[in-house]
Design a protein. Sequence first.
Length: 159
Amino acid sequence: METEFDVQIKPGNLFDFKMQVLYKQPVAIITTAIGFLMIYGFISTHRWYYPLIAAILILYPPIDMLRLSFMQAKLVPAFKNGIHYHLSKEGIRVKSGPEEQLVPWEQCIKANGTRSSYFVYTGKNTAFIFPKECMKEKTEDVLRIISANMEPSKVKIRF
């Protein structure tokens, strides 16, 4: 089974991916928890600087990820021009402009999804982003190919 489709990566898709990566790291979870403890501290002690610290700890990371997503969507040529994916038994063939690369399934470490995109990770912080809006009727084929070629323990996609 094979399928191919074109993807146009938008800032929202990048933001979705960056938030997935960020909030799976213990540092981000701890920082957010400390931010909420600062809110509790403000309620208890009424110190003026607690809400300021809480706002920085809770709001800065997502705002920074949004800023980076917009910059990356504008500056990275592959995101501006679009990416062509061809999924087959051999792996994921990626074509962007004149460059083409085949990534075998053995190099894919996990796959998961969100409301708007599916991700096939090739590293801790790198993944192929498949926006649902770009795949349309090919979504079912893509999910079947991913499930057939990756170990079930690595696929965390709700069908």
